[in-house]
Design a protein around this ligand. Sequence first.
Ligand code: PGA
Length: 238
Amino acid sequence: MRIEVFKTAEEVAQAAAQHIRNLLDRKPGAVLALPTGSTPLGVYKLLGDVDFTRARSFNLDEYVGLEPEHPASYHAYMKKYVLAHINLPPARCHLPNGMAVDLDAECRAYEEAIKRAGGLDFAMMGIGHDGHVAFNEPPSSLACRTRVVRLHEGTRKANQVHFPEGESTPERAITMGVGTLMDARQVLLLATGAGKAEILAKALCGPVTAMVPATALQLHADPIIFCDAQAASAVGCL
Ligand code: PGA
């Protein structure tokens, strides 16, 4: 496991952006799993000079029941914070369809699409306060695949800030499974801020368990962790 601790969140973003730059230099057609959330925002801003025209991306997750045009949907996030900054052709940017009539069929189709693209070369992710990666809330089998999940109250509360007043975070989402993510040839976890210190320590140093889905990283062949000093502050196994 490669763990790099930076002084600030800005430096974490720079390192992650450089990592993606190097990856696409080596493999311009790389298949990337991309996260939403607050942590990666700084990364996407720094990728304007990278050529994504031959790359392909698959988002980690999407809410069930939100129209792609809804400002808090991850479709909208990708449009605003990613596709507006980088030259990834929109048709090469894939998200699960949370409006699908048959959600289980949508999950199977998403897994199939990743497989058809040649599998994930790289998966970038944040970590939730309860140890979730993508929307895999505890307990999540470390082998699980793309599926519909029920979000925990804490997760819904944390994401409430992205919703207009009077609207609450949806109860369900489609998420890549822990197994789907860990099949990526390389995984990069980003964690910033003191609020992530306790869970990051559990994820990296604690027992591998479905109760902390991020512990699956400990079993991966090529996991990388970029974090700031605050998030690393409780990681005793460094
Ligand atoms: P955040 O979310 O980047 O907004 O903290 C991380 C996550 O929930 O995976």
